[in-house]
Ligand binder design. Structure first.
Ligand code: SAM
Ligand code: SF4
Length: 333
């Protein structure tokens, strides 16, 4: 589809046929299974000042924390014991602290048999290489918006081209690479969202994350409206249709925006859920936005709820590691 067609499908027309088509594409390319990835939000320190995010360095209202390697390994072990085969380590964009991660990545892979996804923000090529050499399988770095003017307005201390260069570097280093956008950023237009979908198609990443913007009162975007659920689902569905074989999560933000958001996302293209294994003690402080769906709750309870929901939908937990579909192996790489 070209930009005009995408913009039209985003802004008008019955969404049901679109969602049904996306669901059929997901079934054809990814099957019926839903991959579970355990997210561990191990640090909320951040050197960046993205206007939409509660972890931005100028937000003095949050209590900063960094989990110790033993705590991170403990959370990963809990995920492995629950049968989850991927651990996602996420943090703010820290200037230092990578050193502690290198042995940890190896231990999670060797001792727990889990694949490791990282989401640590922009790093140098040498740092990305060191993380890959340490054994990391995947990396998630969203471009957030493909609209350069909007990007500069929302991420004043990031460089638009540098962000895309990082994505390219990750791909060239052999990471299974994830990227994506935020839907509903203040000032974002339907054409700019259509541009995001085209950019995703061009990048053809292994994973795509489409999240609604959720307004945070402790950021410069306080008081702006949140992203719209239906628009987010339209972007998700069109991204699935245009980039059929990518893994796509029903994100925490969609689940936060609507209590049935996970089911809705899974019915229009998503095939991944990321239960939260961050220790309860730290979760309130990883406050990207308020009301985060997974702020409370024992992971075993949320997994039980996920299983119930999947059963109702006639879906099941996918076996194996859920590597990118172009990486033809089912062992930790
Ligand atoms: N610091 C790393 C980075 O920016 O790539 C990883 C952590 S960051 C908290 C993870 C994601 O949170 C970002 O890629 C962004 O899409 C999302 N995010 C941040 N603030 C948000 C908000 N207010 N609403 C929705 N998503 C948000
Ligand atoms: Fe930091 Fe990432 Fe939040 Fe930006 S989105 S402020 S880089 S944690």
């Amino acid at each position: 589809m070209n930009k005009e067609t995408l913009a039209r499908k985003l802004s008008s027309g019955d969404c049901l046929p679109l969602f049904q088509m996306a669901d059929a594409v997901r079934l054809r390319y990814c099957g019926n299974g839903v991959h579970l990835r355990a997210i561990v939000e191990f640090s909320n320190y951040c050197s960046k000042n993205c206007l939409y995010c509660g972890l931005r360095r100028d937000n003095k209202k949050i209590k900063r924390y960094r989990m110790s390697p033993a705590e991170i390994f403990g959370a990963a072990r809990q995920a492995a014991q629950a049968g989850i085969k991927t651990v996602v380590l996420q943090s703010g964009e820290e200037k230092a602290g990578l050193g502690e991660l290198f042995p940890l990545i190896g231990r999670i892979k060797k001792e727990l048999g889990c694949a490791v996804t990282l989401s640590l923000g922009e790093k140098t090529a040498a740092e990305y290489r060191a993380l890959k050499d340490a054994g990391a399988d995947r990396y998630l770095l969203k471009f957030e918006t493909s609209d350069e003017k909007l990007f500069r307005a929302c991420k004043p201390d990031s460089d638009y081209s540098a962000r895309f260069d990082c994505i390219e570097t990750l791909v060239s280093l052999g990471f299974q690479t994830g990227t994506g956008n935020i839907v509903g950023l203040p000032g974002q237009t339907v054409r700019s969202l259509a541009g995001d979908i085209l950019r995703l198609k061009e990048l053809a990443p292994d994973m795509i994350s489409v999240t609604p913007f959720i307004s945070n009162p402790d950021t410069p975007f306080a008081g702006t409206p949140c992203g719209d659920l239906e628009m987010t689902l339209r972007v998700l569905a069109l991204s699935r249709i245009e980039t059929p074989d990518a893994h796509m999560p029903a994100t925490t933000a969609i689940r936060t925006l609507h209590k049935e958001g996970a089911g809705k996302a899974l019915a229009c293209g998503a095939n991944v859920i990321m239960p939260n294994f961050t220790p309860i003690l730290y979760r309130p402080h990883y406050s990207i936005y308020p009301g985060k769906e997974s702020i409370i709750g024992d992971p075993s309870v949320s997994i039980r709820d996920i299983l119930k929901m999947l059963e109702k939908m006639g879906r099941k937990v996918a076996p194996g590691y859920g590597h990118g579909r172009r990486h033809h192996t089912d062992s930790p790489l």
